[in-house]
Design a binder for this molecule. Structure first.
Ligand code: SF4
Length: 385
């Protein structure tokens, strides 16, 4: 199997912004919107001892609404958006061999970005320029959505609930913001901090009734929800790229990718519409290092590589509930895969609110507007501690 080590970023001392979030919620001048990451929905009720299957995403929406957020949206929405941009980038790379370095690396994990910047700075430009779902969400909330509400972006407070301490760092990187001087993601709390807020507000998780997420930034496909587990970003990107190349959905999304499991990563290759794609996936920074070394010394050749810093992906993130002696990343990940299988829409382009967003605001993936709001150059990111 994959490497099991401790989350590399769990030890970072984290700033707790819950007090500021309570203040924003009680400020009538502010519109406070919240986005929970895909991986949050598989772990948020563990401490309340509510079984995973009972603690549905719709009950999480109810819990967040109970805390007083004005709009309860979903990072799944912008995970679909990340896939739209990243799969367009992938096809651009595949069809212009030699123009870009290969492989393209996924860019949604700030732990991985930090690792590459520190250990392999000469390879940072291999990264997809697509921002993470969290950062894309906030960029759209303060532009497109602010316009829909007809308010200035300064009135909107973007709160993200993440499985991760490194996401606090990502939100603080000035180069991630779309407009100078406006912070796109105002506050990031971890799943554990959310659990504390729910306790402080006396939310009884077992008694919650399911409620829908708000629209239009609250809807995601099955491809989006698997972002929370290792291999999910790759899977979702390949589904969408297949559609972009053939005009059809992959015949069977569940076993379209046949992985070959190696010791430190998994790999496969396939050909779609005459284009051959070689891909690899790993998680945990020890495995990532071995994979990067193999790429550098030329012993492997891939077009697209997914790396998540935490073993098992975000499900096992350092901000998730901790249970002494138990490793739940894989069990949590399986729940997310199940949510994907039960989704009516499995491929990111099918999200009707994403289609609307492109039609009314972004035009098409990699357009000038999309580049402005949804892309970043990690090479220029200011490193902070
Ligand atoms: Fe954060 Fe997920 Fe990366 Fe872990 S794998 S550092 S939880 S983004």
């Amino acid at each position: 199997g994959q490497c099991i080590t401790h989350c590399p970023v769990a030890a970072l001392s984290a700033r707790d912004d819950t007090e500021k979030i309570w203040n924003a919620i009680s400020d009538p001048e502010k519109i406070v919107i919240v986005q929970p990451a895909p991986a949050v929905r598989t772990a948020w009720a563990e401490e309340a001892n509510v079984p995973r299957e009972m603690a549905t995403p719709e009950k999480l929406a109810a819990a967040l609404r109970h805390l007083g957020f004005d709009y309860v949206f979903d990072t799944n929405f912008s995970a679909d958006l990340t896939i739209m941009e990243e799969s367009a980038e992938l096809i651009e790379h595949l069809t212009h061999a030699g123009k870009y370095p290969a492989p393209m690396f996924t860019s949604c994990c700030p732990g991985w970005i930090r690792f590459l910047k520190k250990e392999y700075p000469e390879m940072v430009h291999y990264m997809s320029t697509s921002k993470s779902p969290m950062s894309m969400f906030s960029a759209i909330a303060k532009s497109y959505y602010a316009k829909l509400l007809d308010v200035s972006p300064e009135k909107i407070v973007c709160v993200a609930v993440m499985p991760c301490v490194a996401k606090k760092y990502e939100a603080d990187v000035p180069e991630v913001n779309s407009e100078p001087g406006i912070k796109d993601t105002d506050y990031v709390i971890t799943t554990r901090e959310l659990v504390r807020m729910l306790k402080a507000a006396n939310v009884d998780v077992a008694k919650l009734k399911p409620e829908p997420f708000d629209k239009p930034l609250g809807e995601g496909t099955g491809g989006a929800v698997i972002f929370g587990t290792t291999g999910g970003v790759m899977e979702a990107a390949v589904r969408n790229a297949y559609y972009m190349l053939t005009g059809k959905n992959p015949p069977n999304p569940d076993n379209f990718i046949q992985w070959k499991w190696l010791n430190r990563w998994r790999e496969t290759e396939f050909t779609v519409a005459g284009v051959t794609v070689r891909i690899a996936v790993t998680s945990g920074l020890g495995c990532a290092r071995d994979l990067v070394e193999a790429i550098k010394n030329g012993s492997v050749h891939y077009d697209f590589v997914e790396v998540m810093a935490c073993p098992g992906g975000c499900s096992g993130g350092g901000g998730q509930p901790i249970h002494e002696g138990e490793e739940l990343a894989w069990e949590r990940g399986n729940y997310l895969k199940d949510l994907d299988k039960r989704s009516k829409l499995r491929v990111s382009y099918e999200n009707p609110y994403i289609q609307e967003l492109y039609k009314n605001f972004l035009d098409k993936p990699l357009s000038e507007t999309a580049e402005h709001y949804l892309h970043t150059n990690q090479v220029n990111w200011t490193m902070t501690d």
